[in-house]
Design a binder for this molecule. Structure first.
Ligand code: Q46
Ligand code: ZN
Ligand code: ZN
Length: 305
């Protein structure tokens, strides 16, 4: 098959809209789509300092690559979760990706910082639950302490569709109300953006391949058996039968999001007495979970550009 726009052979067949594209025209299509997402949802301004959270995986690597290509002022942060060999490998991928891009990389290692890695804490809480809490706290505090205007993550359309699906199945209206491509900054919460919001996982993999971006393929050992993977599988099956299912589902959700926002309970945030970050009680959930008595300090660049 040939590309829809030129004589070159097709590199990919897109299902929605249905078309064949050569490598060059696919790159163009992908970059235009990211640009449009940034404009449509007003994610970023050209003068902002952006911290891209890189895991070593494809999504965050592509996010860093494309934001740099579009001319944004980015630096990267890798959080080493301390999950054995998986984390060591992830860190080395993150380093290689940032070296290839020529952007500064900061590395925060959970075990060095908190004494234990993710999965090593004795708690009744599920590992992914305190892992998520830890990651969100670290990247927000790091961005806040170092004067970044935004934090960019690599969430793609498949992630977002399965998140909405899973939370609808459980009627987690509070989570749904705060879901979207843009979470505006407020007080000490730095703005969060998802530039790959409208691109499928398949498109992200193809873009990485087209640009020679090397990434970690192995999943975190705790991801196995996660219910989000089951929701992803169901959505993939539906997408196959009816192309456009995921994007229409997510866009429909954004149009109806106000319904969930009406359910948001106003909580008055105080300052955590340990770290000074926003907290519902005397301590924020991070300092509380990790039993901290003094705040974490993240100032300064760890890996030079
Ligand atoms: S939450 Fe869970 Fe992930 Fe943390 S423990 Fe691994 S699978 S990395 S996105
Ligand atoms: Zn072409
Ligand atoms: Zn705190």
């Amino acid at each position: 098959m040939r590309c829809k726009f030129c004589e070159r052979p097709a590199f990919i067949k897109l299902h929605y809209p249905k078309m064949y594209l050569c490598e060059e025209h696919f790159k163009e299509y992908f970059e235009r789509k990211v640009k449009r997402t940034i404009e449509r949802y007003k994610l970023l301004r050209p003068d902002e300092r952006i911290l891209v959270v890189v895991s070593g995986g494809k999504d965050s690597a592509v996010t860093a690559y494309i934001l740099k290509k579009l001319g944004y002022n980015i630096e990267c942060l890798h959080i080493n979760l301390g999950i054995g060999e998986y984390s060591e490998k992830s860190e080395s991928y993150a380093k290689k990706q940032c070296e290839a891009l020529g952007v500064p990389l900061h590395i925060v290692r959970v075990r060095e910082l908190l004494g234990k890695g993710i999965g090593e804490v004795k708690t009744r809480r599920a590992v992914c639950s305190y892992c998520g809490l830890t990651k969100r706290y670290i990247f927000n505090k790091f961005a806040h302490d170092n004067g970044f205007n935004a934090v960019a993550t690599g969430h793609n359309l498949d992630d977002e569709a399965s998140f909405i699906f899973a939370n609808l199945m459980n009627w987690n209206t509070q989570y749904l109300a705060k879901q979207g491509p843009l979470l505006p900054g407020e007080g000490k919460f730095v703005k969060k953006v998802k530039p790959l919001y409208e691109l499928t996982e398949r498109e992200v993999v193809a873009y990485a391949l087209a640009n020679g971006i090397k990434y970690m393929v192995e999943e975190c050992p705790y991801a196995r058996g996660a219910t989000t993977l089951e929701y992803k599988a169901i959505l993939n099956e539906m997408e196959e039968k009816r192309p456009g299912t995921k994007i229409n589902f997510v866009k429909g959700f954004l149009r109806k999001k106000k319904l969930f926002e009406a359910e948001l309970q106003e909580v008055e945030l105080k300052e955590c007495r340990i770290c000074g970050m926003p907290a519902q009680g005397k301590k924020c959930s991070f300092c509380n979970f990790w039993g901290l008595e003094k705040p974490l300090e993240f100032n300064g660049r760890i890996t030079p550009p």
